[in-house]
Design a protein around this ligand. Structure first.
Ligand code: AMP
Length: 122
């Protein structure tokens, strides 16, 4: 899938729409989800134009990938959710129900999150 420059996170990165910024590094930006599902719900995105984890893992530089993983860990520490635990999740593509076509990692925490996913019919 080609990168869509009009996606909402691209607009945030260009400063065209605001975000509630939590953390910023050379290659990554973290901000609060506009519709939080848990007491802590932060999105971590690379600044580069990557559609998904598939695109990012195949095409981003080592520096970008290291920066992104470090940013995810830093956000969890900054939000105070490391001791009790938390969840990171990235929705990818159609089956993953990805709504915004710019890679983002959800960081969920601040409550007991229950089992990972609901059992569904195969
Ligand atoms: P998904 O692509 O399914 O992983 O979900 C996209 C996420 O982006 C959802 O949790 C939305 O609430 C969130 N979202 C959409 N627009 C914004 C925005 N302008 N600022 C922060 N979060 C947003």
């Amino acid at each position: 899938m080609a990168y869509d420059d009009d996606n909402i996170f691209a607009k945030i990165l260009r400063g065209e729409i605001p975000c509630d910024k939590v953390h910023e590094t050379e290659h990554s930006l973290a901000f609060r989800d506009i519709n939080p599902q848990t007491p802590v719900h932060v999105l971590v995105i690379p600044k580069g134009k990557y559609v998904s984890m598939d695109d990012f893992s195949a095409n981003a530089s080592d520096a970008e990938q290291a920066d992104f993983m470090r940013a995810v860990g830093a956000v969890a520490r900054m939000e105070g959710i490391v001791e009790n635990g938390y969840r990171v999740l990235s929705n990818i593509g159609r089956d993953g129900h990805q709504e915004v076509p710019h890679l983002h990692m959800h960081v969920f925490g601040g409550k007991n999150l229950g089992r990972m996913i609901k059992p569904i019919d195969k």
